[in-house]
Write a protein that binds this ligand. Structure first.
Ligand code: NAD
Length: 484
């Protein structure tokens, strides 16, 4: 086994990051972060209580006038420094996050390592490009100036699966917009979140502009309701998103919700199956299947059904399972024991429903440490089955036959979710025509990969609002029209 980068054995972070200071949690609570591949304690982080949330929100409010009052260019310069400090930490951050959640290092180096600094740089640049006032000829009078003002204090709540990217998708546009942020990361990946605090200190971001408070769901719920918060940005499960959306609705508090998914890959009858097979791991099993936009439903034309089942089965069975820190690993362990139990329970559901298991279906043979599940494929799954309707969040794929494009699109859309999707075809125009009719926030043709410059998000139970691109900054701004 070749380990990619050196990293410390344990990482203890006993304090919270509030108002630019390292502060012991008021209740003295801590959380152990368990390494997914070894099942041992990787480190201990502070865990915030409501008292700490009060202090962090107050710090963010105090910092707001100074930060929003800076010129766009000043803020962009500060963000460039922040990006460069994040970039300097990219390799160790990637290793740390992989150890926390089991993400293969080949993915983590981008998703946890370099993506955050790229996002901060992207929004700093956007800020420079959009610094000028928007002056419009008025329909009635002389002119109207449309100003974009920061919404204020942002509560950013993130899950464990892409802890760095998902935090940066909120922190970067929020800070660029002139907002201040309280970040509450997931307890499972509390340790890597401190990298944002380290980088903020090193970059000289003003105290209180960014506060980092690991904590559990109660801490998150308290933060969402806090009277000092102006906007909530949440990524996580659909049930938690609904609960947060209800609270924000009652409070009339702006909220963006990036939630679960159950996306479909439509393999058309003219698809290049070798291209599809080559993309399968990255599109359908990325991050061990713990990816909101993973295309875990494979829709195969009846005319080529056996070929697709064979291609999926052979590709999945050949994936390299192993240590997430090994560059050759394609599938690492799941994040926690509870997550593995959930996925194994779903595999039992598939068996009990009589779906045809073509590979996997258990803990991989010979691996007795780490929360691994062998990548699993069920064929002949009707789209109404639980396994096709519910988000498993693990390496479990279903294959469903269809007759023509219209039926494939209908099956793809027959889901409570609407986040991603892919079309595999040799005919780009056909791919685009199918993509147009898929009711999701994003679709890939012969590929799926997020683009920093394009909006990402879902419809239906996959959420509200968009992140990334200029659209990802809009939720952190409110407009004010000044009529002359
Ligand atoms: P989760 O909803 O359990 O937790 C996410 C975060 O929210 C954690 O920090 C948690 O402590 C906090 N939280 C939970 N309940 C809360 C509440 N009521 N109020 C405030 N905070 C609360 O999700 P998870 O298990 O950590 O993550 C997996 C889920 O995230 C999957 O459903 C996945 O699809 C989804 N996800 C979505 C996207 C997207 O962009 N659409 C991206 C990644 C993950």
């Amino acid at each position: 086994m070749t380990t990619t980068f050196d990293s410390p054995i344990t990482v203890d972070r006993p304090d919270l990051f509030i108002a630019g200071e390292w502060v012991a949690p008021a209740g003295g609570a801590t959380v152990d972060v368990i390494e997914a591949a070894t099942e041992t304690v990787l480190g201990t982080a502070a865990s915030a209580s409501s008292t700490d949330v009060d202090a962090a929100v107050a710090a963010a409010r105090r910092a707001l006038p100074g930060w929003r009052g800076r010129s766009a260019v000043d803020r962009a310069v500060a963000l460039d420094r922040f990006a460069s400090e994040l970039r300097a930490r990219a390799k160790t951050t990637a290793v740390l996050a992989s150890r926390e959640n089991g993400m293969p290092i080949s993915l983590s180096i981008g998703a946890n390592g370099y993506a955050p600094s790229m996002m901060v740089s992207y929004y700093a640049q956007l800020l420079r490009e959009n610094a000028a006032d928007d002056i419009r000829p008025s329909a009635l009078g002389e002119r109207t100036v449309v100003r974009h003002e920061p919404v204020g204090v942002v509560a950013a709540i993130t899950p464990w699966n892409y802890p760095q990217s998902l935090a940066a998708m909120k922190i970067a546009p929020a800070l660029a917009a002139g907002c201040t942020v309280v970040l509450k990361p997931s307890p499972e990946t509390a340790l890597d979140a401190y990298v944002f605090a380290d980088a903020a200190v090193a970059a000289g971001l003003p105290a209180g502009v960014l506060n980092v408070l690991p904590g559990g769901r109660e801490t998150g719920a308290y933060l969402v309701e806090h009277p000092g918060v102006d906007k909530v940005a949440f990524t996580g499960s659909t049930p938690a998103g609904r609960a947060i959306g209800e609270v924000c609705g009652r409070l009339l508090r702006p909220v963006t919700l990036e939630l679960g998914g159950k996306s479909a890959s439509i393999v058309t009858d003219d698809a290049d199956l070798s291209l599809f097979a080559a993309g399968l791991a990255g599109v359908s099993l990325v991050n061990n299947g713990q990816t909101c936009h993973a295309c875990t439903r494979i829709l195969a034309p009846r005319s080529r059904y056996a070929d697709v089942v064979e291609a999926v089965t052979d590709t999945v069975a050949a994936l390299t399972i192993g240590d997430p820190l090994d560059k050759a690993t394609q599938l690492g362990p799941l994040v926690t024991q509870a997550q593995r139990s959930r996925v194994l329970d779903y595999i039992d559901v598939g068996r009990a429903a009589g779906h045809r298991l073509t590979t996997g279906g258990a803990v991989p043979h010979g691996i007795d440490t780490g929360w691994y599940v062998a990548p699993t494929v069920f064929a002949d799954v009707d789209n109404s089955a639980r396994l096709a309707q519910e988000e498993v969040f693990g390496p479990v794929l279903t294959i469903t036959p269809y007759t023509d494009d219209a039926e494939a699109i209908a099956i793809a859309n027959d889901s409570p979710y609407g986040l991603g999707g892919t079309v595999w075809t040799s005919d780009e125009a056909r791919g685009l025509a199918i993509a147009d009719r898929i009711h999701t926030g994003t679709v890939g043709v012969n590929h799926y990969g997020l683009d920093l410059a394009a909006p990402f998000g879902g419809v239906k139970a996959s959420g509200l609002g968009r992140e990334l691109g200029p659209e990802g900054m809009a939720p952190y701004l409110q407009t004010k029209s000044i009529y002359f």
